[in-house]
Design a protein around this ligand. Structure first.
Ligand code: NAD
Length: 248
């Protein structure tokens, strides 16, 4: 049975938002899985493109896949959902509260919409990391196996700074602390199929935090949420933010 989430104007000061590919779908970046079978992982095999083993076996193919996604991201622009979340961060901070924005997305559209603090638990497409020295830096161009690490000079160790299947997501301690102090948990545009992110709603509930899903269609873990709002993120997110903090 669904409990009614108790949130409204002036009531939620520490809001935890988890975003997934759905928040960037209307910016032209594909989602991973959908019910129509048109997601990125329906067209490409993640085991050949998004695992450390795939990179070790065939770095050219893996890097080319991320090069194409990086080029696509450069021509994408944030949509109304990204802008609304940036406005929410500013308003909560002005009132002495905080927005914790955790994204599974490797794009930078939240930042480009004005969000100042974004926790990228699956890494960032516009950064490269050296497997030899662990140095991380901004990388906006194509990546080639022949390129040297700008930090240590090693050739052949540069990879996209993203989390592949079988790797540990980033910032998990910080995320756990934020879940504990939240007074509302909202998941936006995520299918609830990839852990550990899919388990955050259960953690939030265990801490007594009301939970709400905003999605195009019900997530795999929809039954875990107290409340749900369905529709395109570019419409539903700005409407929800307006309910919380008033019109722009
Ligand atoms: P997903 O593709 O699994 O789900 C997308 C969700 O967005 C669905 O629930 C869909 O209904 C919804 N949606 C689609 N269009 C929407 C719209 N216009 N408005 C609102 N919602 C919309 O994406 P996910 O849940 O983010 O996937 C989990 C993560 O798995 C991904 O973010 C990705 O980071 C990840 N992953 C990727 C890699 C990689 O590429 N290296 C590796 C491991 C995991």
């Amino acid at each position: 049975m669904r409990r009614s989430a108790r949130y409204g104007v002036g009531m939620s000061r520490n809001i935890f938002v988890l975003t997934g590919a759905g928040v960037s779908a209307e910016s032209g970046l594909g989602t991973f899985r959908d019910t129509k079978g048109e997601g990125i992982w329906a067209k490409f095999d993640p085991m050949k493109l998004a695992t450390p083993e795939a990179f070790a076996r065939d770095p050219e193919t893996v890097l080319a896949f991320y090069d194409a996604r990086r080029r696509n991201l450069k021509s994408a622009t944030p949509n109304a959902a990204h802008f609304a979340l940036a406005r929410l961060e500013t308003a909560l901070a002005a009132g002495g509260g905080a927005l914790t924005l955790v994204t599974q997305n490797i794009d930078d559209l939240h930042e480009r919409a004005g969000s100042r603090t974004v926790i990228h638990m699956h890494g960032e497409l516009m950064k490269a990391r050296c497997e030899t020295c662990d140095g991380v830096g901004v990388w906006r161009d194509d990546l080639k196996p022949s390129q040297a690490c700008p930090h240590c000079g090693f050739v052949g160790g540069l990879r996209p700074h993203v989390v592949w299947f079988g790797e540990m997501p980033f910032h998990m301690d910080e995320i756990d602390r934020a879940l504990r102090r939240a007074d509302l948990f909202v998941a936006i545009g995520t299918s609830g199929a990839v852990y550990p992110a899919a388990g955050f709603v259960a953690e939030a509930r265990a801490f007594g935090v009301p939970t709400c899903e905003i999605n195009l269609e019900a997530a795999d873990n929809a039954y875990c949420f107290d409340d749900a709002r369905y529709g395109p993120a570019s419409e539903v997110v700005p409407a929800w933010v307006e309910e919380l903090i008033g019109p722009a």
